[in-house]
Design a protein around this ligand. Structure first.
Ligand code: FES
Ligand code: FES
Length: 170
């Protein structure tokens, strides 16, 4: 199997890795680089638990060939906490009891982070759409949606309200 050299940034740190041509981003990040916030669920692109952000866009690591990420900037949930503590999305998930078993949580957080970076004042429908590819096996969608809206400054009721941008959310 052919191998290629991959240069990328992972959570702010430059990396160079030798990868097999068919290696997935999930395999590289979770299994070889111990980026264990990325959860391995379905491995076929249907559950969203492996969601990471590549060059600002949410991507499913299980169906992304690592070789396509040469020169890319990759963010995982390990990057969320800052010097001041939890990221506002993490705090909102805690405040709204948006994690039960937690298996979907990191994928949800990354899908939400990408949403708020592109749209700091999402409607409830925007949030639902953004996490529509992420399955919560504990079916806790309501608190997750409320948490994302709260992090955006839109308030827990959400729909249609203008969400004030909150510094530091993205
Ligand atoms: S593990 Fe990637 S979408 Fe399910
Ligand atoms: S909190 Fe258990 S899968 Fe979502």
């Amino acid at each position: 199997m052919s191998h290629v050299t991959l240069d990328f940034r992972l959570n702010g740190t430059g990396r160079t890795e030798l990868i097999a041509g068919g290696e997935t981003l999930l395999s590289l990040l979770r299994h070889r680089l111990d980026t264990t916030s990325i959860k391995q669920g379905c491995r076929q692109g249907t559950c969203g638990s492996c969601t990471v952000i590549v060059d600002g866009e949410p991507r499913l690591a299980c169906i992304t060939l690592a070789a396509t990420c040469d020169g890319c900037t990759i963010e995982t949930a390990e990057s969320l906490p800052g010097p001041g503590g939890l990221h506002p999305l993490q705090q909102a998930f805690m405040d709204h009891f948006a994690a039960q078993c937690g298996f979907c949580t990191t994928g949800m957080l990354m899908a939400a982070k990408a949403l708020l970076a592109a749209n700091p004042s999402p409607t409830r429908e925007d949030v639902v759409d953004a996490i529509s590819g992420n399955i919560c096996r504990c079916t806790g969608y309501q608190p997750i949606i409320e948490a994302v809206l709260a992090a955006a400054g839109a308030g827990p009721s959400g729909a249609g309200q203008p969400g004030g941008s909150r510094p530091g959310v993205v």
